[in-house]
Design a protein around this ligand. Structure first.
Ligand SMILES: Cc1cc2nc3c(=O)[nH]c(=O)nc-3n(C[C@H](O)[C@H](O)[C@H](O)COP(=O)(O)OP(=O)(O)OC[C@H]3O[C@@H](n4cnc5c(N)ncnc54)[C@H](O)[C@@H]3O)c2cc1C
Length: 335
């Protein structure tokens, strides 16, 4: 069957049969409003929004509304919102800069806590560097460079927050953030502070145990012992930036790599070899620059993107037997 015909057949099967059950479940879910959290509004310092379109704050530029969106200003705000939602059975979701997530078109019920405003301190001590979860990697790397502290240059160009990088164990060019982490502080759903040492977080390739725990990372302690001339550090960062510029669709609406690389191979290489570059569903397109990226080239819906992800998974498995694992996190409900 020609590729395009195969895509349409695949979509038809998905829409008619597979998604029917899911649709009837989500339509019954409760919607929360600011009224439901009126009781603690006075105590919160951060900004709150109702019915906030998540497409405005995700790098894919897609996603339905969050019932309530909250930008905590400090750790106390996080403790308050976690406790309140937990006690009242209101769903809660945590996101950073939204650069590794796909939010579905039906949005996210309950409260979405956005960790990109509040906790932004960087304290450089003699042995360790304490970094707030909301600090962007770009700012962190810039400050480290200015202070002649080497080690994280590989992360230049990763557009997320420090907290998001810990949760995802972000990495590039053979290094990953967990190599340099000593300790992480988080807040659990009951508002309790937790401290994790390096060995407690089960880091592996693009994985940390925070992916399976409902906790907010608020602080991380880095151990970076290598000191260099800032010009040398800048040169290394620039080298990495140039490689990214050539190999990735920088500036396009993407969420980075969609799939993890299978052992000993690259997801992008496999997808490209099967001739899938440029395959399109709606405005979601497999990037012509890097086959492990999907670009929203206009007004893609999250459903277009998710359908394309599922299509690639099915096609790759059918043709090669390889089961691709997803790196991107899919959140929320279908319409
Ligand atoms: C152009 C581009 C290039 C990229 N290149 C790379 C790359 O080279 N290497 C790489 O690893 N990634 C890359 N990414 C993906 C992404 O930038 C990283 O995974 C980043 O670390 C995600 O951070 P974020 O703040 O955007 O997290 P989000 O996308 O907002 O969230 C990702 C996950 O982390 C969780 N999370 C976020 N913050 C917290 C927190 N404070 N506490 C608890 N959980 C949290 C969320 O619940 C979610 O499950 C790229 C993305 C783009 C768009």
């Amino acid at each position: 069957m020609p590729l395009n015909q195969e895509i349409y057949y695949y979509l038809w099967v998905q829409v008619i049969f597979v998604k029917k059950e899911k649709r009837s479940q989500t339509s019954l879910e409760k919607k929360y409003s600011l009224f439901d959290i009126a009781e603690i509004r006075e105590r919160l310092k951060g900004r709150l929004f109702e019915s906030f379109p998540l497409k405005r704050i995700t790098s894919f530029g897609v996603g339905g509304e969050a019932d309530i969106l909250f930008y905590p200003k400090d750790i106390t705000d996080i403790v308050e919102i976690n406790r309140f939602t937990h006690l009242n059975g209101i769903p809660i979701t945590f996101i950073g800069r939204g650069t590794n997530i796909l939010v579905r078109d039906g949005g996210i019920r309950g409260v979405v806590v956005v960790l990109r405003d509040g906790i932004k301190d960087i304290n450089i001590g003699e042995k360790y560097i304490e970094v707030g979860a909301c600090v962007s990697l770009t700012r962190l790397l810039y400050i480290l460079m200015k202070n002649g502290i080497s080690g994280l240059e590989f992360a230049w160009g990763i557009p997320g927050t420090f907290g998001g990088a810990i949760a995802m164990n972000a990495g590039a060019f053979g290094s990953e953030i967990s190599q340099f982490l000593e300790r992480v502080v988080s807040i659990d759903l009951s508002g309790n502070k937790k401290i994790y040492n390096k060995g407690d977080m089960k880091f592996s390739y693009r994985y940390s145990s925070f992916q399976d725990r409902k906790e907010v990372i608020v602080l991380g302690r880095l151990s970076l012992q290598n000191r260099k001339d800032p010009h040398e550090i800048y040169k290394k960062m620039k080298e990495f930036e140039d490689i990214r510029g050539k190999n990735q669709p920088i500036g396009a609406k993407t969420a980075g790599s969609i799939f993890k690389n299978p052992k000993g191979d690259f997801a992008g290489r496999i997808i490209e070899k099967l001739g899938l570059k440029g395959v399109r569903i709606g405005d979601a397109v497999i990037s012509m620059i890097h086959a492990n990226f999907i670009e929203n080239v206009g007004n893609a819906s999250a459903k277009d993107i998710e359908n394309l992800i599922e299509y690639v998974e099915a096609y790759v498995e059918k043709k090669t037997g390889i089961v691709l694992a997803r790196e991107v996190k899919i959140l929320g409900n279908e319409c």
